[in-house]
Design a protein around this ligand. Structure first.
Ligand code: BTN
Length: 239
């Protein structure tokens, strides 16, 4: 997939800028910002976006917009592979979308769909690269490549690597070869077989993560051996 990169010093959110491009009918566009003043995460949470991080959004016009969760999976695979290649660091994926190192979050992914005249997907990636420290609210749960490896990394090189890896996986997506994406994702995911607490909008559930179904939902086995499907939410791994 050929793509065009638009690089900004500062934006409210790269997701919003990507949406503006979609309104002009454009796609295969990557928006990067050095800082975001209104970076956002899942469930409308704030995404801390000071300088030193990578903030990018990929605007796509996929044929299939029913399986967007696989784009999130594809992006997290691309991030794990790029971190391995560039920082020689092995990281893991926590369902559904976090890349972490020893339980500390390095990267979050937010995929948004635009359903209208044209259907679009915007895949947003926030990766902590060269930050030295984080605000107190997240300092115990966040990490950056710099904090872990004690060196700076070239943010553009990381972005390029993530985009290249993502494009390879996006080809599978466009051919509806979701099982290939899922298979690679499972290799890097460390949630399966762990005892977890799933926190959804309406409830909190304890169980063992026993699998992922073909819609990327997490399957949780409870104490009473019931299998419960978690469609959306956060999980805490109970080590
Ligand atoms: C999450 O873990 O909740 C997802 C975080 C996604 C953050 C990225 S940074 C680039 C893009 N622009 C945003 O405002 N959010 C995403």
């Amino acid at each position: 997939m050929p793509y065009k990169i638009f690089h900004f010093k500062s934006l409210a959110s790269t997701q919003d800028k990507a949406r503006e491009f979609s309104e002009k009918g454009l796609s295969n566009i990557v928006v990067i910002a050095d800082v975001q003043t209104k970076g956002r995460g899942r469930f409308k949470r704030k995404w801390f976006s000071n300088s030193g991080g990578l903030y990018l959004s990929i605007l796509l016009k996929p044929k299939n917009i029913q399986n967007l969760q696989y784009l999130t999976f594809a992006a997290s695979i691309a991030v794990v592979k790029s971190i391995k290649k560039i920082a020689n660091l092995s990281t893991s994926i926590k369902w559904p979308n976090d890349v972490h190192y020893k339980g500390k979050k390095l990267c979050g992914i937010l995929t948004e769909g635009i359903f209208g005249k044209g259907n679009y997907a915007i895949v947003g990636v926030g990766l902590n690269v060269n930050q030295n420290k984080f605000p107190s609210e997240i300092k115990n749960i966040a990490a950056s490549l710099k904090i872990i490896k004690k060196q700076n990394f070239n943010i553009n090189n990381i972005a390029k690597s993530i985009l290249d890896e993502f494009c390879t996986l996006y080809n599978y997506y466009n051919k509806n070869q979701f099982e290939i994406i899922l298979k690679i994702w499972k290799k890097y995911c460390d949630t399966i077989n762990k005892n977890v607490t799933a926190i959804t909008k309406t409830k909190k559930l304890n169980g063992k993560a026993v699998g992922i179904d073909k819609n990327c939902n997490l399957l949780l086995k409870t104490k009473s051996n019931k299998i419960i499907k978690i469609i959306e939410g956060d999980i805490n791994i109970r080590y």
